[in-house]
Design a protein. Structure first.
Length: 265
């Protein structure tokens, strides 16, 4: 009755199903791990944003990489802006996630002689992208900045290609090591994403909004879908087998009965 399962077509179909089941299960766990990572990251962001502000040099220093667990911590720094080494970061979006412009990076030289990169916020792009845009003047004199501590951007962790041959004072990545090449002061690793400053100054760039840490994304739903798909493979195989059996039985019933042989023939 089941000899048809040994046919080439059914052997291939069965083997494909046996391969798909573990692959789909694995994809489901991959999506589950992405969900767990997103939940853990959201919790880390929430905890660090709520943590008490600390001086930036407690969490980073020259040549140091900001620890992942310290990202988004609220930090403070006091010093004077070095606008002579100010640069802008190309192809960054405003708070609406649609309008393209620049981030403004200004080194802040602290009282101890070290510098830290400050992302002062977003400005719109002008008509001529080959020229340095009109940047709102940074507050002069001694200033205290407060913001979120961020890790240096690289092509690997941001997906942004570090293009060469850009117009003067324009960059693609927010990276303290790149900024340090033009400064004589030692530069702290990472950078501060400004949230407020004292004095504030007038007409300043648009402050970068805090990261979204409320959504968990569709990863858990995708995981469940993959597992349902994996369960559906054997169910579908059984349904196909039963249909094949019915079709074969119906074909046998439709065959004309053999004519009886006449006696004495």
């Amino acid at each position: 009755m089941y000899r048809f399962l040994l046919s080439r077509q059914w052997v291939i179909l069965t083997l494909v199903g046996l391969v798909l089941i573990p692959v789909m299960i694995r994809l489901g766990y991959w999506q589950l791990h992405r969900h767990e990572h997103r939940v853990a990251q959201n919790q880390l962001i929430a905890d660090n944003l709520d943590a008490r502000a600390v001086p930036v040099d407690r969490l980073t220093g020259p040549g140091r990489t900001v620890a992942y667990d310290e990202m988004w911590r609220t930090v403070t720094a006091k010093g004077r802006y070095d606008t002579g080494h100010e640069v802008v970061v190309r192809q960054r979006t405003a708070a609406d996630d649609q309008t393209i412009g620049y981030y403004v990076l200004t080194p802040l030289v602290m009282d101890d002689g070290r510098a830290v990169v400050v992302n002062r916020g977003w400005i719109p792009a002008g008509n001529d992208l080959t020229r340095f845009p009109k940047v709102p003047a940074a507050p002069s004199g001694e200033i205290t900045v407060t913001g979120r501590l961020k890790r240096d951007e690289t092509t690997g962790n941001s997906g942004i290609k570090d293009k060469k041959g850009l117009p003067a004072r324009q960059v693609m990545l927010i990276n303290s090591e790149q900024v340090a090449k033009s400064l004589s002061e030692p530069v702290l690793g990472g950078y501060i994403e400004l949230t407020k400053s004292s004095p504030k100054g007038s007409g300043q760039p648009e402050v970068v909004p805090e990261p979204d840490h409320s959504g968990i994304g569709p990863h858990m739903a995708y995981a469940i879908q993959w597992w349902l798909f994996s369960a559906g493979v054997p169910i579908g195989w059984v349904i196909l087998v039963r249909r094949e059996l019915r079709d074969r039985a119906a074909a046998r019933e439709a065959e004309p009965a053999p004519e009886p042989v006449a006696a004495g023939a």
